[in-house]
Design a protein. Structure first.
Length: 129
C-alpha cells in the first residue's frame, strides 16, 4: 500500500511540487484503501475518518490511460482533473460506507494530479414523524 501511494505521488510530484507529495505521504501513507466502481471506472479511496477527509485516485490502469489521452492531445484534454466526477465518486463512497448517516462533501481540491481530496461531514439520520 505504501508503495502504490508513493509511486503515484512521485510520478506526479513535478506538477504540484514536493510540498503536496509530502502532504499525501504524511496524511495517507501506510493506509489501506477501498475501491469503488463509478460510471464504469474503478477508483481507490483512502479514508481518514479521524479527519473527515478522503483522497480519491483512479485505478493505476485508468491513470495510465488518462495520461496517454492527455499526452496525445498535447495537454488539451485531461480527463482526470474533472472535479465533478471525483465529487460524485466521493458521494457514492460516503453513502455506501455510511448507510445510517447523511454525508455531504464540504470542499474538494486536486492535491496531486490525478489525486483529489475531499472534506466531508456526516450526521446521523433522524426519524421523521
Amino acid at each position: 500500500m505504501k508503495i502504490s501511494i508513493l509511486a503515484v505521488a512521485i510520478s506526479t510530484s513535478t506538477l504540484f511540487g514536493c510540498a503536496n507529495m509530502g502532504y499525501v505521504i504524511n496524511t495517507y501513507g501506510g493506509m489501506d484503501h477501498s475501491e469503488i466502481e463509478h460510471e464504469g471506472y474503478t477508483y481507490r479511496i483512502f479514508d481518514r475518518k479521524d479527519l473527515s477527509k478522503v483522497m480519491i485516485t483512479p485505478s493505476l490502469g485508468q491513470s495510465i490511460r488518462g495520461g496517454a489521452i492527455k499526452g496525445a492531445t498535447f495537454g488539451g484534454v485531461n480527463i482526470q482533473d474533472d472535479k465533478g466526477r471525483f465529487t460524485g465518486v466521493a458521494i457514492d463512497y460516503l453513502n455506501k460506507e455510511n448507510p445510517a448517516k447523511i454525508c455531504e462533501v464540504k470542499s474538494g481540491e486536486m492535491i496531486l494530479d490525478p489525486q483529489w481530496e475531499f472534506i466531508y461531514l456526516c450526521n446521523e439520520k433522524t426519524k421523521q414523524n
